[in-house]
Design a protein around this ligand. Structure first.
Ligand code: NAD
Length: 490
């Protein structure tokens, strides 16, 4: 349980975020609101079939298709009103949904989940990004516009179960689509409650009901039925390798946001105070469950000790390799041999560092946000997507060796990479070699999704299929209309 001081600190963080923090570059300014304490939050809702939760794929897709056709006959300005209302309702419910996600999945940190919801409500891009293009010349006028696909099937992960819904719904509805969501079975309550609140927001401003809807009892089988359904025009999957593979084999166009294993490279020119602080902030954000969080560190030998000291004065605790051997028995399903990655023990995914440390008899308070351990480059923890607050550090000769090992550890996902350096050649080589959707220089990884960094936000980072941070254009068909010798004004 959290004490009053911690709850006060969370309230202050949220107030700072709403009043002083990120201003949306794409979307309305957030209205200040008083965040609820855990005690004030309403109990989790009882979700029922009906409204926009459906018992089977057939009825969900049919309802979404009806709503999509209704929307096509309504004014474009309605889309803007719907997006504005979705943002407002999601901001108002950011704490409630964060709490539901935290309680239902048992993963991550309540206060970080609030930030994730607010970030997406404020900075997921909406209709403003869909600027039409026109070419005018001696041969007439050609207009290019962004059209919807129709019904999108969106598969949601357990690690960002409410924030991904908020992100996707804003981008998909802005582009004029309807969406059928299939939540992770282990996060169905909070994901589906988000979908219900979004549906209410849409209806409040005159939008069609069921424009966004969900499977009441989502399973992997219902996800696969959505993938095969003839009335689903586009898939958007956010999750691990298996769901990406299933979507790619479906025969439909699919926007696939798959796994990552983001390395952080620190060279001898880095500001080590900042690098240590930023890596702890990024790697411990929501207890490392987010796909962009730093998952392993490659530090040049000459500064590795200073970097570790900086991390330890910013909320990390270093353990020895012998302690890691013991902890590995708990955190891996089965400890893989050196050079291989392995599956993590679900009981420890997204848990606080203090809980992991208890496994090896170390009692610490919540001030320890991250466990740090020095390992060899082929240690399974370097190669595995751990999704828990323990980060391995590998000592290397120089920046070139760091980049080579970082590329290997990232497995070619081309998802996210981080570098702390002031050396332009090192930064350029890392950017080119990693070839990732997101490359963050001298900041926590989360700056790359617009959290205390510039640019819009997305929590569906489609590295596997190349869209990168998704936005309404990712969910639009691009259509061209050409007029010969008419409609020009000069
Ligand atoms: P998961 O792969 O277990 O589940 C994701 C979703 O896919 C769930 O809804 C699940 O029911 C469904 N699913 C799983 N296997 C399927 C199959 N064979 N056929 C159809 N549906 C299937 O992932 P998770 O544990 O919920 O989330 C964590 C993973 O997602 C991590 O690997 C993380 O990196 C990745 N992720 C990526 C992004 C991104 O933007 N690239 C964002 C969030 C999470």
């Amino acid at each position: 349980m959290m004490d009053d001081a911690r709850i006060e600190a969370i309230i202050q963080e949220v107030m700072d975020e709403l009043n002083l923090g990120d201003r949306p570059r794409h979307g309305p300014s957030p209205q200040p609101l008083r965040p609820a304490t855990l005690a004030e939050l309403a109990p989790a809702p009882q979700l029922h079939h009906g409204d926009n939760l459906f018992p089977d794929v057939e009825s969900a897709v049919a309802a979404a298709r009806r709503a999509y056709l209704q929307l096509a006959d309504l004014p474009l300005t309605l889309r803007e009103r719907m997006i504005a209302q979705i943002r407002r309702v999601m901001r108002e419910n950011a704490q409630l949904l964060a709490h539901e996600a935290w309680r239902e999945t048992g993963m991550g940190r309540y206060e970080d989940k609030i930030q994730k919801n607010l970030l997406n409500a404020n900075k997921a891009p909406g209709t403003e990004i869909l600027d039409p293009t026109a070419w005018s010349g001696d041969d007439g006028l050609t207009l290019v516009e962004y059209a919807p696909y129709g019904v999108i099937g969106s598969i949601i992960p357990s690690t960002n179960p409410t924030s991904t819904v908020i992100c996707n719904v804003i981008s998909m509805v802005a582009a004029g689509n309807a969406v059928v969501f299939n939540a992770h079975p282990g996060a169905r309550g909070c994901s589906n409650h988000t979908v219900q609140l979004v549906n209410e927001a849409i209806v409040q401003v005159g939008g069609p009901p069921n424009l966004v809807c969900a499977l009441a009892e989502p399973t992997i089988e219902t996800a696969q039925q959505i993938m095969r359904h003839p009335d689903v025009g586009l898939l958007a999957v956010t999750g691990g390798a298996a769901v990406v593979q299933a979507a790619m084999q479906s025969g439909k166009r699919a926007v696939c946001a798959g796994p990552g294993n983001p390395p952080a490279v620190v060279d001898e020119t880095a500001d080590l105070q900042q690098a240590g602080r930023d890596i702890v902030l990024g790697a411990s954000f929501d207890n490392n469950v987010i796909c962009i969080d730093e998952k392993e560190i490659f530090a040049v030998d000459s500064i590795a000790d200073d970097l570790k000291r900086s991390m330890c004065s910013n909320g990390a605790l270093e353990i020895s390799s012998r302690q890691l051997d013991r902890l590995s028995q708990s955190i891996f399903d089965q400890v893989p041999p050196a050079g291989q990655h392995g599956a993590m023990n679900k009981a420890f995914i997204g848990k606080n560092a203090s809980l992991l440390l208890q496994e090896i008899g170390i009692e610490v308070g919540e001030e320890v946000r991250l466990i740090l351990v020095e390992v060899e480059p082929d240690h399974p923890l370097v190669l595995s997507e751990q999704m828990m607050p323990i980060v391995p550090l590998v000592r290397v000769r120089d920046a070139d060796q760091a980049i080579d090992l970082a590329k290997k550890a990232e497995h070619g996902f081309r998802h996210t990479a981080v570098m702390h350096s002031k050396h332009l050649d090192h930064l350029s080589r890392m950017a080119r070699e990693m070839d990732c959707s997101i490359f963050v220089k001298n900041a926590p990884s989360y700056a790359g999704v617009g959290y205390r960094g510039e640019g819009f936000c997305s929590f569906t980072i489609a590295s596997a299929t190349g869209e990168g941070l998704t936005n309404p254009i990712s969910f639009s068909r691009i259509r061209r209309c050409t007029l010969k010798d008419s409609f020009r004004i000069v």
